[in-house]
Design a protein around this ligand. Structure first.
Ligand code: ADP
Ligand code: ADP
Length: 225
């Protein structure tokens, strides 16, 4: 089984220690939620895993391979943010198929995969739509389909539902959990929302001021005082 392993990871911005000596592992096929208040270093940790922040100390490895010096696009990971950042002038199908196109997947095969993904995220028939014609929740579903298109080794989710209103967030959290399980996707979810973490993740790491202060299965961490 492959594993994402963070050992004593530290990220600094000048005098600010955004991530302070964090060690974590994420097993293949599982979902880890990194939970904590705004400014505690969650996004920075995720960005470091993605290769978007240099480490001041420690090591990040996937499947035993040290990722130091491995650029973002060679890590085989996919990222999804609060604002899905869809390409506004491209159709839903072209947004979802983007990474496949980069990989020169033939058009017919790409089309099949796009249809399969639209089905998976509950948007069959949306292929020709433009992002501006979709609701916020639909846009995030498309962003998820795009992130999953190339079957990433690891899916990195940074507050993917935070821009949505509460009832929609709850529904989408349940759907997201089902989709991650159905596709056996390994994921790290950054969120400040306990309910969301509990619904979506298998394990939780609670961060405070750059440090992981608690880690365990969602049930264990949930019950803790
Ligand atoms: P969270 O995702 O938990 O809200 P962040 O990882 O965004 O927290 O931020 C952690 C700390 O690092 C904060 O003090 C934040 O101000 C600081 N920080 C994040 N990004 C930068 C940056 N690019 N330059 C300087 N400081 C930053
Ligand atoms: P191209 O090489 O031009 O991207 P494609 O066959 O991928 O060729 O796409 C041609 C057009 O068909 C694009 O505008 C795309 O948005 C649309 N398209 C792609 N997949 C689907 C689909 N599953 N259903 C409907 N339209 C699609």
């Amino acid at each position: 089984m492959r594993v994402l392993q963070c050992d004593d990871v530290t990220v600094r911005f000048g005098a600010t220690v955004a991530v302070d000596d964090v060690s974590l592992t994420v097993d293949e096929g599982s979902v880890l939620a990194v939970l904590g208040p705004s400014g505690c270093g969650k996004s920075t940790l995720l960005r470091a895993v993605a290769g978007l922040e240099p480490l001041a100390g420690g090591r990040i490895a996937w499947d035993g391979r040290d990722l130091a010096g491995v650029p973002t696009h060679e890590r085989g990971f996919a990222l999804m943010f609060q604002d899905g950042q869809l390409f506004a002038h491209a159709s839903v199908a072209d947004n979802i198929g983007y990474s496949l196109r980069l990989r020169r997947v033939p058009a017919a095969q790409r089309r099949r995969r796009v249809d399969e993904l639209l089905e998976l995220v509950g948007l069959p028939g949306y292929a020709a739509r433009r992002p501006a014609t979709l609701s916020g929740g639909e846009q995030q579903r498309v962003a998820l389909a795009r992130a999953l298109a190339a079957e990433p080794a690891l899916l990195l989710l940074d507050e993917p539902l935070s821009a949505l209103d509460r009832s929609l967030r709850e529904r989408l959290a349940g759907d997201l959990r089902e989709i991650l399980v159905a596709t056996r996707t390994t994921a790290v979810l950054v969120t400040h929302d306990h309910d969301e973490a509990f619904t979506i993740a298998d394990r939780m790491a609670v961060m405070l001021a750059g440090r992981v202060v608690q880690e365990g299965s969602t049930a264990e961490v949930w019950r803790a005082p």
